[in-house]
Design a binder for this molecule. Sequence first.
Ligand SMILES: [Fe+2]
Ligand SMILES: [Fe+2]
Length: 173
Amino acid sequence: MSNLRTLVAHIVDTHHAYLRRELPRLEAIIAKMSANHGEERPELFQIQQLLQDLQDDLSTHLMKEEQVLFPHIGGLELSRETGGPAPHSCFESVQSPIRMMFMEHDRVQTLLQELRAATANYKPPQAMTCDCALRFYKGLADLEADLLEHIRVENDELFPRAIELEHSLAACR
Ligand SMILES: [Fe+2]
Ligand SMILES: [Fe+2]
């Protein structure tokens, strides 16, 4: 099992980088699509809004993870390895920011469900056969898959291991 700093680096380099690359690309395509076809397909505006909401939520979420929670988890791990002091933080337990991240993941999953419903399971409408529409719907389906895996790794691997690590450090002091 990799150490937590390696797992965090994997999450940032793979999943966070993916979102920073893909969200602006998909947003640019849907902006064009809704400008050109929104009159006859009002659901395009809804899809555009949902993507915007996802982007708004995720940009602060990723920042909180990268600037606060992940460095703290790395600090906890270093403290266990070196026997040095536990990292200083503005929260009492790593469980507080983790609880917040869990809630934000729930909200992201709700937005994904709404996106799936608004696109009939990411199916391009029959009338829209241009390459860019096909790439857009495929891009949304890929985004969902990557985000769900991203959330799974954090919720089911990283966060429980970080909580356990904090407990084991507290027990040694
Ligand atoms: Fe993340
Ligand atoms: Fe997250």
